[in-house]
Design a protein around this ligand. Structure first.
Ligand code: HEM
Length: 412
């Protein structure tokens, strides 16, 4: 059994939380299963910015939409050099100089030129060329289980899609997709709490990418990595392989369990809310608003910033070295920003959610993520319009950096 085959519903529980305002824990089992009551209580308590000293460092958890947006603008004082939500020894962070993940692990100016390198491949028009591949992939996955009348919609479906789309885009062998998923979970999920697992999977990814990028540096191919290596970017000169390894590292890490989580959350929602499922099955014109609402309500991604100096914020001061969790999911549940924030409204028209972040680090892959979600959930509805979660108690969620269902038994 590989490390990542263990059933996961969030990392190990530590001490129970008695006061969420001064000792929050995003790895608390109840928070992992459903964080929304905690955010609401924090906002209602008049202390919407919680803090904790757990895991050896003070960190802050804002829960108001306006606060998260404002914090995202405090750059570079609140830096992305350590984008992980918990503290790790220096040699295990994304920001490690020998193996980084720009632009997410960089501040300007490096963040600006590395982001510029990848943006063209993720424009709405550019991502369209991955649609047919994704449609065919989703259909072939469904072919594999439709006659059984049941499947695990997280493991057999949602989890299978993003690694293959990314492998196809980056020019990697799609047969390695299961490995990619295992590696990314090893870094972002299990490895968050187990330095041995984390280092192991970081090394595997690093070696794999160095091989792939170096071979294209020596013999360019007609693929995306070769295109990145050939870009005329003055800042990259002399370190092309290192820069492209870093970019590919981020695209693998950022594109896999995020999108898998959102596809899984969508299927979870419609598999547990028959009214919404029937409505969407009867009227596919609701897809655009329904998917944005899934992104808002089940936002998967929380990232961290680290203060480079004392940063006064509201009634408090975020001291140098302290962390702030960019609680995009919590912000998206703020009643001051969204009417009926606690309800999924599949025809919500005013929905300026920040599931893809806010400010200079806003998700560079959002158009690809939306395309994958649209194709995955639409194809499922076309082939399997009637379905339900067969055992809600058997559903497990990964929490922390990226939240989404990891076991999702479905019958149809
Ligand atoms: C539903 C799926 C996704 C969600 C919810 C999501 C969410 C996010 C969020 C919240 C950030 C900002 C992080 C921060 O502020 O530190 C981010 C950054 C990023 N995402 Fe995504 N993401 C998704 C899918 C993807 C995909 C498919 C790709 C590309 C393959 C991608 C590539 C990136 C990149 C490159 C950045 C860093 C941008 C920068 O630092 O300038 N993401 N994403």
């Amino acid at each position: 059994m590989s490390d990542t085959e263990q059933p996961v519903s969030g990392p190990q529980q530590t001490d129970p939380v008695h006061d969420w305002t001064t000792d929050y824990d995003i790895y608390d089992a109840e928070y992992v299963n459903d964080p929304t009551p905690v955010w609401k209580d924090l906002r209602d308590s008049g202390c919407p910015m919680a803090r904790t000293d757990r895991r050896g460092i003070r960190s802050w958890l804002p829960t108001k939409f306006a606060d998260v947006q404002a914090l995202a603008k405090i750059v570079p004082e609140l830096s992305n050099k350590e984008p992980l939500v918990i503290s790790l020894p220096k040699d295990m962070q994304f920001g490690d100089q020998t193996f980084n993940a720009p632009p997410i692990s960089s501040d300007p100016p490096e963040q600006i030129w590395t982001r510029r390198m990848i943006l063209p491949a993720f424009s709405p028009k550019a991502v369209e060329k991955h649609r047919q591949y994704t449609v065919d992939l989703c259909n072939s996955l469904i072919d594999g289980f439709i006659d059984n009348g049941s499947c695990d919609a997280a493991v057999d479906y949602a989890q299978q899609i993003p690694p293959r789309v990314i492998a196809n885009m980056l020019g990697f062998d799609p047969a390695k997709s299961d490995d990619f998923t295992e590696w990314v979970r090893g870094v972002l999920e299990l490895g968050l709490f187990d330095p041995v697992i984390r280092v192991k999977y970081r090394e595997i990814i690093r070696e794999f990418l160095i091989d792939e990028v170096s071979s294209r540096w020596e013999n360019p191919r007609d693929d995306y990595l070769s295109e990145l290596l050939a870009m005329d970017v003055p800042e990259m000169k002399g370190q092309e392989v290192k820069v492209v390894v870093g970019l590919a590292n981020l695209l693998l890490i950022a594109g896999i369990d995020t999108t898998w989580s959102s596809i899984g959350s969508g299927l979870y929602h419609f598999g547990t809310h028959a009214d919404d499922r029937r409505r969407l099955a009867a009227d596919h014109s609701l897809f655009p608003t329904a998917l944005e609402e899934i992104l808002r309500f089940y936002s998967p991604v929380t990232m961290a910033r680290v203060a480079q100096e004392d940063v006064p914020f509201g009634d408090t001061v975020i001291k140098e070295g302290e962390k702030v969790l960019m609680n995009f999911p919590g912000a998206n549940h703020d009643e001051d920003a969204f009417e009926d924030a606690g309800k999924v409204v599949i025809d919500r028209t005013r929905n300026r959610h920040i599931a893809f972040g806010s400010g200079i680090h806003r998700c560079a892959g959002s158009n690809l993520a939306r395309l994958e979600m649209d194709v995955a959930i639409r194809t499922w509805f076309e082939r399997i319009p009637e379905f339900e979660v067969s055992d809600p108690d058997a559903v497990t969620w990964a929490g922390g950096q990226v939240r989404g269902p990891r076991r999702l038994p479905m019958k149809f």
